[in-house]
Design a protein around this ligand. Structure first.
Ligand code: ATP
Ligand code: MG
Length: 297
């Protein structure tokens, strides 16, 4: 049993139908976990528990799990994915990273590249960034829209609020379709504070083993911090739904962030009431016959 059920902790889950601002969520929140040592221990237990649940998800074969990760740079997407998924069977789990779209991708609608990468029934799919970039980085830098050759967009004007409302609606429609057809969606915004991001960038510069993670472009994007927070706030408000809620994961303490994601994943899997397939009478009979054949050899 989980110590907390963070699925219903309103310091983390963005309640559907309410107006949310990122500033209302505390990046240093740790629920009732008593410090790093306990957090690390709880994560370890969760990783073990996830192995069993993943096995059941696979055998049950009715649901796919889609985990979407969005965050500012250095919030810890990669580390969280690595730690939470560390014990899983690689056959039932796939990670996709979405970077700036290629020319071919730009020739399709913005959902296309992600739709092709959705998890199969019984599997866990992880999106490291996603179609949500289309209402985040693209909203902060609307000049990206020019390359999309959209019929309803004038290259020389800034997109209207209505343009973004339509995108939120399109995303909600797609997610509704997916959940109604067996894909369970969990969306994580790893919420790091501006101060903590600076600290992590400086560590990447100071530590030779972390130099490779440093990108001068990340520091340039940091200058748009307030615009990003606006975009995240509007996105969470518009697209946190009953069927695909946003979780604003406090990211200033890495140990808590990782534990929180594992906790939410486990609790959601438990809600699915997964079970191993039960054999019909004739199937059970055939199993008995096979057993007899083997024993009589
Ligand atoms: P890491 O830095 O940990 O390797 P990352 O996800 O930050 O991982 P980068 O190559 O640094 O990877 O950045 C990818 C960039 O692609 C991000 O700046 C992101 O905003 C951008 N991007 C992703 N999707 C889109 C999109 N649809 N349109 C424009 N830019 C996008
Ligand atoms: Mg990056």
């Amino acid at each position: 049993m989980q110590k907390n059920n963070l699925l219903s902790d309103f310091s983390i889950v963005a309640r559907p139908g309410k107006v949310h601002r990122v500033a209302d969520f505390d990046p240093a929140y740790t629920a009732s976990v008593n410090g790093k040592e306990e957090g690390v221990k709880l994560l370890k237990q969760n990783v073990k528990e996830l192995i069993g649940l993943q096995d059941q998800l696979f055998a049950h074969n009715r649901y796919a799990m889609l985990l979407i990760f969005q965050a500012m740079d250095a919030a810890g997407k990669d580390g969280t994915i690595k730690h939470v998924m560390s014990g899983l069977n690689p056959q039932g789990c796939e990670v996709y990273s979405f970077k700036a779209p290629s020319a071919t991708e730009l020739d399709h609608d913005y959902i296309w590249r992600t739709y092709k990468s959705l998890p199969e029934r019984g599997r866990i799919g992880i999106f490291n960034r996603s179609y949500y970039e289309e209402v985040l980085v693209v909203k902060v830098h609307p000049q990206f829209l020019v390359a999309q050759n959209l019929p309803n967009f004038n290259d020389h004007e800034r997109p209207t609020p209505d343009f973004w409302e339509k995108r939120y609606r399109q995303i909600n429609d797609i997610e509704r379709h997916l959940t109604e057809n067996g894909t369970v969606i969990l969306k994580f915004f790893l919420n790091v504070s501006k101060k903590e991001q600076k600290k992590r960038f400086l560590q990447r510069i100071a530590d030779p083993a972390k130099n490779w993670k440093f990108s001068a472009n990340d520091v340039r994007e940091r200058a748009f911090w307030d615009d990003y927070m606006e975009a995240y706030s509007d996105m969470i408000t518009a697209t946190s739904t009953e069927y695909a809620p946003w979780f604003v994961i406090p990211a200033d303490h890495k140990w808590f962030m990782r534990y929180a994601v594992s906790n939410i994943l486990i609790n959601r899997l438990m809600e699915l009431d997964l079970h191993y397939p039960v054999l019909s009478e004739s199937e059970a009979q055939r199993l008995k016959e096979a057993e007899k054949l083997l024993l009589d050899e």
